[in-house]
Design a protein around this ligand. Structure first.
Ligand code: GDP
Ligand code: ZN
Length: 288
């Protein structure tokens, strides 16, 4: 949160207002009572008087209401690390942020490699995740991406060297937010920040430019059922024999059945087993 000497910067359609928190919000004494990305209501004297219910909240960096997490890789140089892609997807589902996958540098591929890439990404379609094949260098797919991110709050994650900074520079607006307007009546607006982590997009919307979203640390998943819920393709299958089935060694398991007949990708199931084992060994056992 970029709180400058106790001021909050609230953007409405046409203006940015420099605001203070009203006493009742301030008294909560919590660092997340009003954060970057919040949709707020302000009064005539530029006080924030209400914070709307959030659709999500990330703690590091402290930001609310993120629409998309762009998970970016390069088609080549460096090659796609599918395990890392799966980890970033898992984090995205954990934080209730819709993931989008961007594969940049497609200018480096020949036709055969392009076919292979599309095959490798088929699993995303199965779990309804949109992906973009783009080249920042040759301006391929950029316009479609811009339209998609318009008026949204988007965070970027992925390894270094895949062209994240190049894309962010391309999307970002040159225009700086002006501050200091006085509000004349009640307005609603997106709570925003003067600089650092929220960058305004050319066509409207914001990009959050902080390295936090590239982290591949496993989030604070409490138990196996919470982990299972982070695999969208595991839901709406038939019933397993056991109610609390972990989909590992149990008999008559609907998930293992779906893996066998190709409805769930083997790579995704193996990734589930790997994360399960890791969490069990490194975290859950400690509480037993
Ligand atoms: P970041 O570390 O993810 O922020 O990546 P950068 O934006 O610094 O880019 C890493 C390298 O990839 C730079 O040398 C860029 O010139 C190069 N690069 C970025 N986009 C493209 C692209 O579309 N095609 C090719 N061939 N190279 C690119
Ligand atoms: Zn099962």
């Amino acid at each position: 949160m970029n709180k400058i000497q106790g001021f909050y910067y609230v953007k409405s359609e046409n203006n940015v207002y420099e605001c203070k928190l009203r006493g009742i919000l301030k008294r909560k004494e919590s660092k997340d009572n009003c954060v970057v990305g919040d949709i707020v209501e302000i009064s005539e004297d530029n006080s924030i008087i209400n914070v709307e219910k959030r659709k999500n909240l990330v703690e590091r960096p402290l930001v609310a209401n993120i629409d998309y997490l762009v998970i970016q890789f390069a088609a080549k140089d460096p090659d796609i690390d599918y395990e890392r892609l799966n980890l970033l997807l898992l984090r995205s589902f954990y934080y209730k942020i819709t993931p989008l996958v961007i594969i940049n540098k497609i200018d480096l591929l020949n036709d055969h490699e392009m076919t292979e890439l599309k095959k490798g990404l088929e699993f995303l379609e199965k779990i309804n995740i949109k992906y973009f094949l783009i080249s920042q260098k040759e301006n391929i797919g950029i316009e479609e991406l811009k339209l998609f991110l318009k008026d949204k709050i988007t965070a970027f994650g992925g390894p270094s060297g895949v062209g994240k900074s190049s894309i962010i520079n391309l999307l970002q607006n040159e225009k700086k937010l002006e501050t200091g307007e006085t509000s004349k009546r009640l307005r609603r607006g997106k709570h925003t920040t003067k600089d650092t982590n929220l960058l305004e997009l050319i066509g409207g919307g914001y990009i959050i430019d902080t390295p936090g979203f590239s982290s591949v640390e496993l989030p604070d998943i409490k138990d196996a059922q919470e982990l299972i819920a982070l695999f969208p393709e595991f839901s709406n299958r038939g019933d397993c024999k056991f109610n609390n089935c972990l989909h590992l060694n149990e008999p008559s398991c609907a998930i293992k059945e779906a893996v066998k007949n190709g409805e769930i990708l083997e790579e995704r199931y193996n990734f589930y087993k790997k994360v399960y084992e890791k969490l069990k060994q490194e975290r859950w056992n400690k509480y037993e």
